[in-house]
Ligand binder design. Structure first.
Ligand code: SAM
Length: 200
């Protein structure tokens, strides 16, 4: 496959997954955390598909298209390892959705990122909230959903924070109830997930 085809597939998959998660958020309160502004493409799309949500954006740089610069209240500059840990006073609500687009392409850096990022995401995510990530995360007890057809395993990861009680008794309140059968509960299979990511 040409690099152009691969690029188009990756962005198409990202768009479909963002829209899929947006549809799942109905009935779930909370803001959105966009980890990695980059060019601003996914932030711009999130603003369109989730116009009522507050979206907080994290990056160490500002290198996006001028039309996608968040206002100063919603742009959080610096190393995410620090800013996400200490953004509590600014971001008062838990997140209904965290989108993390922080893959570096280097397996060692990505492993390190997953390891510090996972507990921080867990801390800021509301119950029943979703995480879409380009890197596998160590989110013990979360549900991981399989990727739809056409999206290569190891390219994206979709998780939901479902409490054990709800998972066990099958009484999920929101849209996730209908979809609960799709996913599997995360245990200690992180090593395999990382192997898949490294094989991309
Ligand atoms: C792949 S780009 C994000 C692309 C974006 N989602 C888009 O659609 O345009 C990743 C971004 O994350 C930022 N980033 C990566 N690791 C970071 C870290 N540890 N702290 C702060 N920013 C980071 C980089 O500066 C870069 O802008």
């Amino acid at each position: 496959m040409s690099r152009l085809d691969s690029f188009i597939r990756r962005l198409t998959a990202q768009k479909h997954l963002l829209e899929d998660v947006a549809a799942r958020l109905e009935g779930l309160d909370g803001c959105v955390l966009e980890l990695g502004l980059g060019n601003g493409r996914t932030y711009s799309h999130l603003r369109e598909i989730l116009p009522e949500r507050e979206i907080y954006v994290f990056d160490r740089d500002l290198a996006c298209h001028p039309s996608c610069i968040p206002d100063s209240e919603h742009m959080i500059f610096g190393e995410i390892r620090e800013t996400l840990a200490f953004c509590g006073p600014r971001i008062k609500t838990k997140a209904a959705f965290v989108h993390a687009d922080l893959g570096s392409g280097d397996p060692t850096t990505d492993l390190a990122t997953s390891s510090w990022l996972s507990p921080l995401i867990d801390k800021h995510l509301a119950d029943d909230g979703y995480v879409l990530s380009g890197l596998p995360l160590q989110l013990e007890g979360f549900t991981e959903f399989p990727m739809p057809d056409g999206i290569r395993p190891g390219r994206y990861y979709l998780y939901q924070k479902v409490s054990e009680e709800k998972y066990e008794d099958g009484s999920l309140r929101n849209v996730s109830a209908a979809r609960r059968g799709e996913g599997h509960r995360i245990g200690s299979d992180f090593g395999r997930a990382m192997d898949r990511a490294n094989a991309r």
